[in-house]
Design a protein around this ligand. Structure first.
Ligand code: PMP
Length: 406
C-alpha cells in the first residue's frame, strides 16, 4: 500500500512551517524536494568519498568513479534502456537538448528543413531550435493544443513533411500537465524516417517510462525534478543518433589523445561528457532514482492520478477560477488565473501567507502563454509526497485570495 505519511517523513523539509503554517509544497514542477537518503548521500560523498572521477588511480578517485558510473546504470534501468552506453550524463535537460541541437542537428540541417514542436514546449526545448532558425534558416512548425489543452497525436503526424528533420516534443506539459502520446508519435515518425526528441523533464517524474518501448531517439531528464540535486541530469541517445552526433563541448575526459595537430575522441558516451562533471550531484541523482524505484513508479503514478482527479474536481468547483485546460489525461499540474484580475504574483503571495508554495509567471512557456491569451498563471504542481488534505488547504487559500481580490 502507498504510505504517503511514511514518504513525507523521508523529506525533512516537509515538516517545516512557512509563515507559521505547515508547508504545503505545490511547486515540485519547478523543483522537487529531496529525501533524506539523497541528502545523506551528498554528505557522505563530500565528507568521506570525494575526489575527481575517471582520472585518478588512488582509492578515493576509484570510489568516486565507481559511484558516479553506477548512476549511468541506474538511469538506464529507470528509463528501461538495455544499453547504458546510450546514457549521457549532464547537468539537466537544458544541457541535454542543447547538446543535440549543436552536436546532432546543426551539422545536419539546412535552410528550409523543418522541426516540428508542440506549442506547449518549455523554452529549453524551443530556444535551441530558434538558434537553428536564426543561424541556418531552419523552419519551426508549431502544433497547437485543443481547447481542453490536449494535443492530438494526428495533428503532430500531419505536420510531418518531406522536409521534417526532427520532432521535438514534451511528454508532459509543465504548465497544463497534458500528457502526450509519445509512442504513437514515434511509431508514425519512424515510418517516415523522422527522429523524435522527447523532453522527459516532467514525464519521467509522473509515470513509468520505458524508452526502448517508446521508440524515441533522444529522451532528456533533469535530476532536480526527480527528487535529486540540481545540476544533475541525463539524456538517452539511441545508437544510430549517437553515431551521427558530433561532440558539443570539448575538454578533458571526452578525448582519447590530443596533440598540437590533432585530437581523437573517446567512445560514446564519454565522447559527449567534457570536463569535470557534477560528481556529487550525479551520485545524489542516482540515489533519488533508486528511492523512486523503491517506492515504484506505478505506485507513484497511481497516487498522483488520485490527487490529480481530486484536485481537478475541487478546483473546477471554484467558478471564479480559470483553470487552463480540462483534459483528464494529465499529470497533477494545474495552471490558473482568477477572475477579478488579481495578478498571478498576488495570488501566490496570498497563498504563501497560508504556507502554500505555488509558482507564478510564464513558466518558461512563452508560445503556450500566447496561445492561451494570458501573460502569467499560477501553477500548483504535485509530487509523490502531496496529499488530498493539501489540496483542501490550497482550495481554502484560494478562497481567501478570492475574498481579498473580488
Ligand atoms: N522542460 C520542461 C518541460 C521543464 O519543466 C523544465 C524545467 N522547468 C525544463 C525543460 C528545463 O529543465 P532544467 O532547467 O532542469 O534544465
Amino acid at each position: 500500500m502507498y504510505d504517503v505519511t511514511a514518504i513525507r517523513a523521508d523529506f525533512p523539509i516537509l515538516s517545516r512551517t512557512i509563515n507559521d503554517k505547515p508547508l504545503v509544497y505545490l511547486d515540485s514542477g519547478a523543483s522537487a524536494q529531496k529525501p533524506q537518503v539523497v541528502i545523506d548521500a551528498i554528505t557522505l560523498a563530500y565528507s568521506h568519498e570525494y575526489a575527481n572521477v575517471h582520472r585518478g588511480l588512488h582509492t578515493l578517485s576509484n570510489i568516486a568513479t565507481e559511484k558516479y558510473e553506477d548512476v549511468r546504470t541506474i538511469i538506464a534501468r529507470f528509463l528501461g534502456v538495455a544499453d547504458e552506453g546510450q546514457i549521457i550524463l549532464n547537468s539537466g535537460t537544458t544541457e541535454g537538448i542543447n547538446m543535440v541541437a549543436y552536436g546532432w542537428a546543426m551539422p545536419r540541417m539546412q535552410a528550409g528543413d523543418e522541426i516540428v514542436l508542440s506549442v506547449m514546449e518549455h523554452h529549453a526545448n524551443i530556444v535551441p531550435w530558434h538558434f537553428l532558425r536564426e543561424r541556418q534558416g531552419v523552419a519551426l512548425k508549431w502544433v497547437d493544443v485543443d481547447a481542453t489543452g490536449a494535443l492530438e497525436t494526428q495533428k503532430v503526424i500531419e505536420a510531418i513533411t518531406p522536409k521534417t528533420k526532427l520532432i521535438a516534443i514534451t511528454q508532459v506539459s509543465n504548465v497544463l500537465g497534458t500528457k502526450v502520446d509519445i509512442k504513437a508519435i514515434c511509431d508514425a515518425a519512424r515510418m517516415q524516417g523522422v527522429p523524435v526528441l522527447v523532453d522527459g523533464s516532467q514525464g519521467a517524474v509522473h509515470m513509468p517510462v520505458n524508452v526502448d518501448d517508446l521508440g524515441c531517439d533522444f529522451y532528456a531528464i533533469t535530476g532536480h525534478k526527480l527528487y535529486g540535486p540540481s545540476g544533475s541530469g541525463a539524456i538517452y541517445v539511441n545508437k544510430d543518433r549517437l553515431a551521427e552526433m558530433r561532440p558539443f563541448m570539448g575538454g578533458g575526459d571526452m578525448i582519447r589523445e590530443v596533440s598540437k595537430d590533432e585530437v581523437t575522441y573517446n567512445d560514446p558516451p564519454m565522447k559527449f561528457e567534457a570536463g569535470t562533471p557534477g560528481i556529487v550531484q550525479t551520485i545524489g541523482f542516482g540515489v533519488a532514482l533508486e528511492y523512486m524505484m523503491g517506492i515504484g513508479m506505478e505506485a507513484i503514478a497511481a497516487h498522483e492520478d488520485d490527487l490529480c482527479a481530486y484536485a481537478q474536481s475541487r478546483l473546477s468547483g471554484l467558478n471564479w477560477l480559470n483553470v487552463q485546460g480540462s483534459t483528464a489525461d494529465k499529470a497533477a499540474i494545474f495552471s490558473f488565473t482568477m477572475e477579478g484580475a488579481a495578478h498571478a504574483h498576488d495570488i501566490s503571495t496570498i497563498l504563501d501567507k497560508k504556507g502554500v508554495a505555488v509558482r507564478a509567471g510564464h513558466h518558461c512557456a512563452g508560445p503556450l502563454m500566447d496561445h492561451l491569451g494570458v501573460s502569467a498563471t499560477c501553477r500548483a504542481s504535485f509530487g509523490m509526497y502531496n496529499t488530498r488534505d493539501e489540496v483542501d488547504v490550497l482550495i481554502d487559500a484560494l478562497e481567501l485570495a478570492h475574498d481579498l481580490f473580488a
